[in-house]
Design a binder for this molecule. Structure first.
Ligand code: NAG
Ligand code: NAG
Ligand code: NAG
Length: 536
């Protein structure tokens, strides 16, 4: 192993060599700093929102948790997605110590003030742009990445030593002065007094309020620090063995300037809160909360994918009535979708997609659909479904209305993968099967969707935890009301199973005293069934 690799291996074994620690301990690490700030900024956002809506708001008792904050925000069901968002951001923050371990700009080492700020301000631009387009995952990713240098500034620079009691507001702005930055030739440190580094910063630097940060290097020959400059310090930093010896970092209580660790860590929390507030200001409170995984009602979309080819003309009014009742059933409840998506599909066109947060706009878009075109029997149902799946947030619900088999069967594996990745529930409402609805084409051919063709829809429905129901136009409302009940978030699936065609099957499931209002759906053609309970 080359000495360089040996040193690098050592570096990864010693957490905190490059910034606030990344593993838990007595000191505050990047994880805790980020989490505290997010919880704080989110509570503040929810309080503002409640104030704007004239609603009551009660602060949770400290220390805040994702659960108590989600509850205070009036969205206890969001606590899981909030927790996930926090964890995701933290992991992205920590990853900077692995991906950019030796890039001083990402850690505000070596007086890289402009370069460090550039990472932050360009990142802020990216986050704001992503939030505008509801790309919350990309926003969280960039957020984690830029919080790392922002937090490191307070540990690695002498901002705290200079007596500042507030964060540096100019790290999140690109057109301002960061401070009075030391010239390249300006000496900033003297040797520590043995292990005691409390007074190693030169007095004139403090008196003149000159900003500096520590040099860091793993190998003495490669990482020469300029004469007179401070080092990062600690056992891994080889620059701290050359004069001026010792360092200035405040990463932990044991660091060279460990006596200032808590001050630096608290300032990093406040600075992180301010950056989050800046992002909130640009995004608006609701979007900011969505970025954090918190949303009033659910963060899911309600999507309708509707076949508008000619054969649907006698179904389209029923579909319009039914979709309207599905929309109404969710509105105003905790399960209300935050987004509505409509994907009409015809042949050869799919779309245009309509995306709105307003249920009334959504309804009128559906009501303006009319059935024309098509021609052959099979339609582009999977292309329509694919478009809906790629446009909707995770955990959404899709209803697909058609009377035709899929022409684009080759998309099955793509659609299945999308369903799995987005955890979206897809329900197929198939009207016009031969048995139930003897529709004919103009050429006299039955508009039949065969058992094997229905199988494709059933497979996809089952993969998603949804249902594939074949109904007549008159049965559509009944079938729909069953499905809307099943989309309540308090519903759990005890058993979902497909039977082997042509043979009889027995399925059992447990119902204990925690289950209220059990519902059993049996879908398919000419099915005989017996439901028995052994504990009658
Ligand atoms: C450090 O990262 C910045 C921002 O990504 C980049 O512009 C710069 O070239 C990197 N420096 C080194 C030495 O890799
Ligand atoms: C919490 O957030 C508010 C507003 O965003 C900020 O003023 C305050 O300093 C933050 N508190 C901490 C401990 O960071
Ligand atoms: C269902 O039961 C009825 C009456 O017992 C019987 O006539 C019919 O053949 C059964 N259908 C199937 C699919 O088993």
């Amino acid at each position: 192993m080359s000495p360089w690799l040996a040193a690098f291996g050592l570096l990864l074994l010693i957490p905190g060599a490059l910034g606030f620690a990344i593993l838990p301990g007595e000191s505050l690490n990047h994880l805790e700093i980020t989490e505290r700030a997010i919880l704080n900024a989110t509570v503040q956002a929810c309080r503002e929102l409640a104030k704007a809506e004239g609603a009551d708001f009660t602060f949770p008792t400290p220390p805040f948790t994702a659960m108590t904050v989600a509850e205070a925000c009036g969205t206890p069901k969001s606590s899981k997605s909030f927790r996930q968002a926090i964890t995701f951001i933290i992991l992205r923050n920590i990853r900077v110590d692995i991906r950019h371990a030796l890039n001083a700009s990402f850690h505000f080492d070596e007086e890289m003030f402009f370069q460090g700020r550039k990472i932050i301000t360009e990142g802020i631009r990216v986050i704001k742009a992503n939030n505008k387009q509801d790309n919350f995952e990309a926003a969280r990713q960039k957020l984690g990445e830029i919080l790392h240098p922002l937090q490191d500034f307070y540990s690695h620079s002498n901002w705290v030593e200079l007596g500042n009691i507030y964060p540096n507001p100019n790290l999140i702005r690109s057109d301002t002065s960061i401070g009075n930055i030391a010239e390249e030739s300006r000496a900033t440190c003297r040797n520590c007094d043995g292990d005691d580094c409390r007074n190693n910063m030169l007095e004139d630097i403090i008196e003149e309020g000159i900003l500096t940060s520590g040099y860091f290097g793993l190998v003495p020959i490669v990482s020469t620090k300029p004469k007179g400059k401070c080092s990062h310090g600690g056992p891994v930093d080889q620059t701290s063995n050359t004069e001026p010896k010792g360092g200035i970092n405040k990463d932990t209580f044991d660091s060279s300037h460990g006596h200032l660790h808590m001050t630096a860590a608290n300032m990093a929390v406040a600075a992180t809160s301010e950056l989050l507030e800046d992002i909130r200001g640009a995004a608006g409170i609701r979007t900011f909360l969505q970025m954090m995984g918190i949303s009033k009602g659910s963060s899911k979309a309600l999507c309708f994918v509707i076949d508008t080819t000619t054969s649907m003309s006698d179904d389209i009014d029923a579909v319009q009535a039914v979709t309207s009742s599905i929309i109404d059933s969710g509105e105003g409840t905790e399960d209300a979708p935050s987004l509505y998506i409509l994907v009409p599909f015809n042949d050869p066109d799919v779309g245009p997609l309509v995306k709105t947060t307003d249920p009334n706009v959504f309804k009128s878009a559906i009501n303006s659909l009319s059935a024309t075109g098509g021609g052959d029997i099979e339609e582009l149902s999977l292309s329509g479904l694919q478009l809906a799946l790629t446009s909707a947030p995770s955990n959404s619900e899709i209803f697909l209305f058609t009377d035709a088999p899929a022409k684009d069967k080759q998309l099955k594996s793509t659609v299945t993968a999308l369903i799995e990745r987005t955890q979206t529930v897809v329900n197929f409402m198939i009207s016009g099967s031969t048995v139930l609805n003897r529709k004919t084409h103009s050429d006299g051919e039955l508009n039949r969707i065969s058992e094997s063709e229905a199988e494709l829809y059933r497979d996809l429905a089952q993969a998603s935890g949804g249902l594939a129901i074949e109904v007549t136009k008159s049965e559509l409302p009944v079938a729909t009301s069953i499905i809307t009940q099943s989309s309540s978030s308090s519903l759990v699936t005890l058993l979902q199973a497909a039977r082997n065609p042509g043979s009889s099957n027995t399925f059992s499931f447990m119902v204990d005293e925690t289950i209220r209002n059990p519902l059993v759906y049996i879908t398919g053609r000419s099915i005989n069934f017996t439901l028995t309970s052994p504990y009658r």
